[in-house]
Ligand binder design. Structure first.
Ligand code: 5AD
Ligand code: SF4
Length: 449
């Protein structure tokens, strides 16, 4: 059958969609380039905040006329929901009139059978569901079908055992489990052979990686040592367990990018405790300072939640102060969104008003924008190693790339193939982007004589 797959949410979902494509292709299905050509549409969903749900419901509503048209023309059309929202809402998803397949993140191997069962019946509103979490599924042995680009996502562990009180992930992705080192390395070797320049290691909490007595630091070093890997990135570590061995690995391996995404969530010890984050603001700051001491020119990004239940103006001020003190290169800031089934939803009413959440998010955004602008301006005149990722959508004749610190750089067209690391001289900066020119192009031979 021809199957169209749409992906929402985080990089883990992108990586899972690549697994789904591989499972479907092995069963003889074809991935359709456009919805119009497909008999099955699969939507890989996110559950992290309410607006992720809103987006999916909006998408399902918009699918209604298309589905009716397809059923009229062909007699059948399957709409399948995959991923975190499917796992969280399970058969409640069938309340939406278009959905007839629900498959959780640990059940993708069952997709071909479920689709075959639906296709074998001629009734329109038949349903199939498989949303059972597994303690073991790591999709060992499946070679994900890659989407285009210079970066390849490699999931090294699945699930989360931390149960931060606000977070739905432990319920939608289940318990922590790691892939074997040999399976990960075999995948990385294949990626190099396929021409990928960068590998990003993914896990809900990468420092919980544990397989055959090996830690995440052991794993990342082994990946960095695979010949042909130009850059290795990873996301995300939890601040509660950031081992020195990992800092050393990053500092000592030129191809491990000097960028660490370290989710803070709040700068208030009281709120951090209610969130069950198991560190204080002072401990987070000490870790950030140690990271900066150990890895010169490291860039640190973060996640912050505003308006967690009971958050006061004084708690918010503590977050603002810590944001300034750490001086993050970038920050993702979210309004607290109550998630069904989480500890916070059972223990703490969502009592910070929407207006207060908005004013706090704006205050943090504005401060972070100033910090980022100031930091980016200090880079003007310096030369940075930039991996060429593609053409600029906004500026014709310009290309885009990423620095080691994950900053986006825009520069005039170069003759290099995608994935090449080019020295770029930074000529200007905004809070979000650097502007530059290729060093080789800025000094043409004629000018030198
Ligand atoms: N509400 C708002 N933000 C959330 N995050 C996780 N759960 C919630 C929630 N219920 C944020 C955290 C996490 C990031 C991936 O999403 O900041 O680090
Ligand atoms: Fe969610 Fe906390 Fe696990 Fe991250 S560490 S996925 S925030 S429960």
């Amino acid at each position: 059958m021809k199957i169209f797959l749409e992906t929402y949410g985080c990089q883990m979902n992108v990586s899972d969609s690549e697994i789904v494509c591989s499972v479907l292709a092995a069963a003889g299905h074809e991935i359709a380039p456009a919805l119009e050509e497909a008999e099955v549409v699969l939507i890989n969903t996110c559950a992290i905040r309410e607006n992720a749900y809103r987006k999916i419901y909006g998408r399902l509503d918009r699918l209604r006329p298309h589905r009716l048209r397809m059923i009229k023309e062909k007699g059948h059309f399957v709409v399948g929901l995959l991923g975190c929202m499917a796992q969280n809402l399970k058969k409640d998803m069938f309340k939406h009139p278009v959905v007839n397949l629900v498959v959780g993140p640990d059940n993708y191997r069952a997709l071909p059978d479920l689709i075959a069962k639906l296709a074998a019946r001629d009734q329109i509103k038949q349903t199939e569901i498989d949303a059972d979490l597994s303690e073991y599924e790591t999709y060992q042995g499946i070679d994900p079908k890659r989407f285009d680009g210079v970066n390849a996502w490699v999931t090294i562990m699945r699930g989360c055992d931390n149960f931060c009180t606000f977070c739905v992930v432990p319920y939608t992705r289940g318990r922590e489990r790691s892939r074997s080192l040999s399976d990960v390395l075999a995948e990385v070797h294949r990626l190099v052979a396929q021409g990928f320049s960068q590998v990003t290691l993914l896990g809900q909490n990468v420092n919980s990686y544990q397989a055959e007595g090996l830690s995440f630091a052991d794993l990342i070093v082994a990946v960095a040592d695979v010949p042909g890997v130009s850059r290795v990135r990873f996301t995300s570590p939890h601040p509660k367990d950031f081992p020195d061995a990992l800092l050393e690995a990053i500092a000592n391996h030129p191809n491990i990018c000097k960028h660490i995404h370290l989710p803070l969530q709040s700068g208030s010890d009281r709120v951090l405790e209610l969130m069950s984050r198991t560190y204080t603001g002072a401990e987070f700051l000490a870790l950030a300072q140690k990271i900066r001491r150990s890895i010169p020119n490291v860039s640190i990004s973060t996640d912050i939640i505003v308006g967690f239940p009971t958050e006061t103006e004084s708690d918010h001020q503590k977050t603002l102060i810590l944001l300034k003190t750490v001086g993050f290169e970038s920050a993702y800031i979210f309004k607290y969104s109550e998630r069904k089934g989480t500890i916070a939803s059972k223990k703490f009413p969502d009592d910070v008003s929407s207006a207060l959440k908005t004013s706090r998010i704006v205050a943090l955004f504005d401060t972070q924008r100033e910090i980022a602008l100031e930091k980016n301006r200090t880079k003007i005149g310096s030369t940075l190693n930039v991996m060429l990722e593609g053409e600029s959508d906004k500026r014709p004749g310009f290309q885009v790339g990423k620095t080691e610190g994950n900053m986006t750089v825009i520069f005039p067209q170069t003759p290099h193939p995608l994935g090449t690391i080019i020295p770029i001289v930074v000529t200007d900066a905004t809070s979000a982007t650097l502007l530059g020119k290729s060093q080789s192009l800025s000094m043409p031979v004629l000018e030198m004589f």
